[in-house]
Design a protein around this ligand. Sequence first.
Ligand code: GLY
Ligand code: MN
Length: 473
Amino acid sequence: MAKGRKNGLYAGISEELSALMRTGWADTERHDLEPDEQAPYAARRRAALSARFPGERLVIPSGNLKVRSNDDTYPFRPYSGYVHMTGDQARDGALVLEPLADGGHEAYCYQLPRDSRDDNEFWTGPTAELWMGRRRSLAEAERVLGLACRDVRTATADLASAVAASGAPTRIVRGVDPALEAAVATDEARDDELEEALSDLRLVKDDWETGELRKAVDSTVRGFTDVIGELSRAVASSERWIEGTFFRRARLEGNAVGYGSICAAGEHATIMHWTHNDGPVRPGDLLLLDAGVETRSLYTADVTRTLPISGTFTPLQRKVYDAVYEAQEAGFAAVKPGAAYSDFHEAAQRHLAARLVEWGFIEGPAERAYELGLQRRFTMAGTGHMLGLDVHDCAQARNEGYVAGVLEPGMCLTVEPGLYFQPDDLTVPEEWRGIGVRIEDDLLVTADGHENLSAGLPRSADEVEAWMARFAG
Ligand code: GLY
Ligand code: MN
């Protein structure tokens, strides 16, 4: 809370209070901190980035707090490229790779240091530790991150003079820290290449990252089971109960949810990103739950199950469900090293196009319908995406390494076909309207195929019904 804010109840600070506040504090410097287990992995990621940009200065900020209103701020989420390259989650940080004359880079990290107790900032300033919590000292951050750390309060001046003093070209990730961006005045197209490289370097996960993704998925499986156990309470309440139930698991075991949970009952299941979660939960309808726990290291799962709220699918719900299930199976079969990334999408969409033709909702033949993309009226989205620190991970990667690329061991992606019959769609019979089904799993590409990380959740219609019979509360 800022000093002297308008309508604050204290008008000022007496000399006596100031003196009282500044004295009598213990030295809490920690000398026992060990390097974070991610530190050596982050160092290898920095080496890979360094090799891409010889002779250039690279600046990768973590980001700043965003004001919600007055002195209240939104929860902070660091820029994922910064997290990947440092293992750090601090706000107001920045990784700098300074080019060395003999090749390679020297890496250091700007950090907001601890507040001194020699003035009033530590209890009245905009980033006062006494209000917001203790930070790491620079020495502590160095030990934990395995990186040289500097005071971020001199970063804009330091970087401006470094840019002026050396001919090395500079690149910064834009849109993360406006003050640092202004200090280095770089070229936008070249900056975009840095962002692209940071996305490229996350396409193949290292062992530490796949371990985190497993944790994210395992917690998510528990969160889904929690929701099933709370279904009768959700029926008595609303989708809000489902959101809160999943969030409790996410917060307990992880950092939070990795994206806004989609708790879509009834016709809300036809809305891809339904996050209002304020509707009724009615027996006889389907519940589409798309949710993922984000670990404390900020890796997220992204899983969807579509559940019959009463415990059993109606024949029509099962017919739609089975078509989506078969499409997902077709997608799974295409996830293996050396396959084109887009193969799983094409396999799943072809299957759904064929079903839609068979049902008479789009004009055949099926291959023509697929080539024209006619199934998209009912399938809406692409069949999946990369997963990692961001739910839609690696989004800025070069096309040739991602959608136009080839799968490699260590890539992690979702396979999530769906069918959505809008409540106001006059092209389908009335009983189909308002049905939405998506099944989404998280697949890790392995040396000889893939591993379904979310296989712990029942998937076929029969398995889902059996699961609900066992756990539904
Ligand atoms: N689970 C949200 C999405 O993939 O868009
Ligand atoms: Mn997804």
